[in-house]
Write a protein that binds this ligand. Structure first.
Ligand code: G6P
Length: 370
């Protein structure tokens, strides 16, 4: 109803703008990284699990799968723990090699997605007893059936296209990364405090990214005229490119694909011409120089680039090159910030095309049957 929507036109827009609050609530009260964050008790159960595991297997569907793909970069890069991420509907039906020292992590907004629940039960039936879920619904089947849990506090999400659930999942997964790093002796106290300080800054940081909305609206007016779009990213921003493409597909019905930028010349470059907008997630990190040469390849073929860059990056607006500057560089937490303009891009493109933003055709909020 109009009351709950307040100043917003759709639930999706409202939920995008709720993200500072959702992340703030999800991280509220955390003063230290400790196992008890994951067992709702004194931490003994989580501590024992963390000692016994030496790798992580993430299982999820849809947007939740992409938060898992992002977490892989954190888990391996920060905690030094091998991590695999698999779409739940694939994992449940294939012959895999079970490892009892695996921490099975399911990620789910609803906690009721049929394939994710079945994948969890499948892993358990193969003898994997160390299970943890990152979930937005405390009373869900997923939380009941996993030994450990981190409950995100996004609040009820109504828009079919997930937004605040995604960023709060990322916050939970970053905490899990730090807890596992700590349990493996890979987190100094100084680093712990540095990461916690960065996490506490997220609500304010998100607020200033949301203030970029008018610039995103002008991108959306161009996107609305196209039938295709390509999203590029590298490293932990590759899954953010995937999520940006998924958002666009879901609510605008524009065909969108995401590629790791290094793969451009192995296929998608053949599609690039002036009718193919190319979104590039380009924070100022060690991959930026590589990404710039990918961007050159696009421009040389007449492709029009839409670049999300950092404050300090020397990428400037030019013919065929549209730049939105993120207010800061966010280090390891950067994916949580960079996804926001992509959510807004999908949203405003959908509004420009007049689609049913909150209830896209053929899709359901929660897929509880196979
Ligand atoms: C559906 C929704 C998506 C969601 C996916 C997984 O496809 O439309 O927004 O990401 O299910 O749902 P879950 O509740 O398990 O995160």
């Amino acid at each position: 109803g109009a009351v709950e929507l307040g100043p917003y036109r759709h639930y999706m827009q409202k939920e995008i703008f709720e993200q500072p609050r959702a992340i703030g609530d999800t991280l509220e009260g955390i003063v230290n990284i400790a196992p008890e964050l994951f067992d709702g008790a004194d931490g003994t159960a989580a501590w024992r699990v963390f000692q016994e595991i030496d790798n992580v297997l993430i299982l999820a569907c849809g947007t939740s799968y992409y938060s898992g793909c992002t977490a892989k970069y954190w888990l391996e890069g920060i905690a030094g723990i091998p991590c695999n991420v698999e779409v739940a509907s694939e994992y449940r039906y294939r012959t895999s090699v079970p490892n009892p020292r695996t921490l099975v992590v399911t990620i789910s907004q609803s906690g009721e997605t049929a394939d994710t629940l079945a994948a969890l039960r499948h892993a358990q039936s193969l003898g994997m007893a160390h299970t943890l879920t990152i979930c937005n619904v405390a009373t869900s089947a997923m939380v009941r059936e996993c030994k450990l849990a981190y409950i995100t506090r996004a609040g009820v999400e109504i828009g079919v296209a997930s937004t605040k659930a995604f960023t709060t999942q990322l916050a939970g997964l970053f905490l899990l990364t730090l807890a596992l790093a700590q349990s493996k002796g890979k987190l100094t106290e100084a680093k712990e405090q540095e990461y916690l300080t960065a996490m506490r800054h997220l609500p304010v940081a998100l607020q200033s990214v949301l203030a970029l909305e008018p610039q995103v609206v002008s991108w959306a007016e161009n996107f609305a005229k196209h039938q295709n779009a390509l999203f590029l990213g590298r490293g932990m921003h590759y899954p953010i490119a995937l999520e940006g493409a998924l958002k666009l597909k879901e609510i605008t019905y524009i065909h969108a694909e995401a590629y790791p930028a290094g793969e451009l010349k192995h296929g998608p470059l053949a599609l690039v011409d002036s009718s193919m907008p190319v979104v590039t997630v380009a924070p100022n990190d060690e991959l930026l120089e590589k990404l710039k040469s990918n961007m050159q390849e696009v421009r040389a073929r007449g492709g029009v680039l839409y670049v999300l860059a950092d404050a300090k990056t020397n990428i400037d607006n030019a013919e065929g090159l549209h730049v939105i500057r993120m207010p800061e560089n966010y280090g390891a937490l950067s994916p949580i910030l960079h996804v926001v303009p992509l959510q807004l891009l999908a949203y405003h493109t959908a509004v420009a095309r007049g689609t049913d933003v909150d209830k896209p055709r053929n899709l359901a909020k929660s897929v509880t049957v196979e």
